[in-house]
Design a protein around this ligand. Sequence first.
Ligand code: SF4
Length: 286
Amino acid sequence: MALRSKAYPDNVPGAFFVDTSCIDCGTCYTMAPDVFLDAGDHSSVHHQPSEIQRMRASMALLACPTGSIGSEDKASMAEALGAFPDPIEDEVHFCGFTAENSFGAWSYFIRREAGNVIMDSPRAAQPLMKRIAEQGGVKMMVLSHQDDVADHAAFRERFECERIMHSGDRYPGLERYIEGDDPVQLDPDLLFIPTPGHTAGSACLLYRETFLFTGDHLWWNPKREMLSASKNFNWQSWPQQLKSLEKLLDFEFRWVLPGHGASKRTDTPEEMRKELERGLEYLKKL
Ligand code: SF4
């Protein structure tokens, strides 16, 4: 729970604040940029929310992995508790309730007639579990790599979902492991794409040739305004990660939905391909 006595001095005065336990995961300023900003090695409140912005700020407070956001204004809190999974487009939702042991990585909920899917694990917060149960539970949990697994065991226990990961990370105890470098069709609308490089077992999930869930492999960098990846936060091989990024040019999608960093939407797959080519050109020079 955030403490007013430990609030950063760069928060503007008012009900909402960020305290010194912030790990700078980026969730709050990605979710509610009108209220929170990236203040260097932490986030802070740059503008107290208006009536309209208060709901989004309250949702960011709940999504924060470390409970580093506090507020004396609880007016939207009950509504915010029931607002996750938060719709992105069509059947795809953001789970909110990020976990500290996944460094605040984002996870996603796909509501499908053929069975709901979660991409990477959120925190097993009761309000989220309850809402997911109301929406039909979870058939499958796909894990992009070993770092974004959070509370996967609690979801398995509650929903008996099949947990799927690439074998390259040697992460134990799951129901299914994908081997090799070839894409694997998990269902007609779900393609598991091995993309080693960030870790040996890193993978993306493509849904309906529209939504690409990328874990820590690829994201949108709003400061550079381009698709990006991190050479510094690379745990297997940067050349291998570049090769895996190039491999994504073979697929059609118009959303990039990452674990960390911002998401990116384009109107057409062609525009996204151009963005990926532009990002790759930059990344290859690093
Ligand atoms: S969501 Fe929490 S940990 Fe992440 S940047 Fe905001 S205050 Fe910090």
